[in-house]
Design a protein around this ligand. Structure first.
Ligand code: GRF
Length: 217
C-alpha cells in the first residue's frame, strides 16, 4: 500500500545531483514531498533544479551571519515554517553545531562518498586510492554531532579498478548514491527506519554497524 507522502526538506550547497535523483524518483512514484530546498550557497545549481521542478527554494548564505549559531537560527526558522518530518542533507557543505544536531536528532540524514567509518570529511576518493583500497562506495547515516560519524543506515560498494582516478571514482560513486537516497527515503516513507538509543532500527530490528548493504538486497 502507498503510504502518505513523507514531507522532507533538502539541504544543498552545490550541484544537486542527489536532489535531482530524488525529484526524478518522486516523479515515478516515490511517496515523498520535497517541501523546500535550502542552500547556503546562492549559486548552487541545485536551486535551479528545484525551481524547474516547482519546489520552493531558500538561500541562507552562511557568510551573511556572524556566527554558526546565527546561521543555524536562520536555518531553523526556515525549517520551522515547513516542519518537515525528515531533513535530507545532499551535498550540504556546512558543519552543524551539536545543539542544532540535537534539535533534529533522528530526523536528519546525510549521504557521504565513502564506506564509513573510513574517510569522514573531504577528498574521500583520493584517500581510498592512496590507501590502495580494493573497495569504495557511499554511506547514508543519521546525523550526530561527530562529522560523518552517525549511525549508518545503508552502504553501497564498488570495486576499485586499476585505472580509477579520483574523478572516475567520484562519478562511479555518484551512480550508487542516486539509487541509495530514493531507496532510503522509500523506507522512511513506509515507516521502516528510525533511530532509537543510538541504533538504527529497520523494521524494528537493529541494523549491523555497516547498515543495510544495498547491493546485497
Ligand atoms: C555527494 O557525493 C555526496 O556524497 C557528498 O556531496 C556530493 C554532493 O553531490 N556529501 P550533489 O550536489 O548531490 O551532486
Amino acid at each position: 500500500m502507498t503510504p502518505p507522502r513523507l514531507p522532507i526538506a533538502v539541504l544543498i550547497s552545490g550541484n544537486g545531483s542527489n536532489l535531482q535523483a530524488i525529484i526524478d524518483a518522486i516523479q515515478t512514484g516515490l511517496p515523498v514531498e520535497i517541501q523546500a530546498v535550502i542552500s547556503n550557497q546562492p549559486e548552487a545549481f541545485g536551486l535551479t533544479r528545484a525551481e524547474k521542478a516547482g519546489i520552493p527554494t531558500h538561500v541562507i548564505p552562511h557568510r551573511a551571519y556572524g556566527t554558526r549559531e546565527a546561521f543555524e537560527d536562520a536555518l531553523d526558522a526556515c525549517l520551522k515554517h515547513y516542519a518537515p518530518t525528515l531533513i535530507v542533507l545532499a551535498g550540504f557543505m556546512r558543519r552543524l553545531t551539536a545543539p542544532f544536531v540535537a534539535r533534529h536528532l533522528g530526523a536528519m540524514i546525510n549521504i557521504h562518498p565513502s564506506l564509513l567509518p573510513k574517510y569522514p570529511g573531504l577528498d574521500t576518493h583520493a584517500r581510498a586510492l592512496a590507501a590502495q583500497d580494493t573497495h569504495h562506495g557511499a554511506s547514508i547515516h543519521f546525523v550526530t554531532p561527530e562529522v560523518d560519524g552517525g549511525p549508518i543506515i545503508c552502504q553501497s560498494t564498488l570495486d576499485i579498478a586499476p585505472d580509477d582516478t579520483p574523478g572516475t571514482l567520484q562519478k562511479r560513486v555518484q551512480v550508487l548514491e542516486h539509487v541509495m537516497y530514493p531507496q532510503v527515503l522509500d523506507w522512511f516513507a513506509h515507516g521502516r527506519l528510525r533511530l532509537a538509543d543510538g541504533a538504527v532500527l529497520f523494521d524494528n530490528r537493529p541494523l549491523p554497524p555497516e547498515g543495510v548493504q544495498l547491493d546485497t538486497l
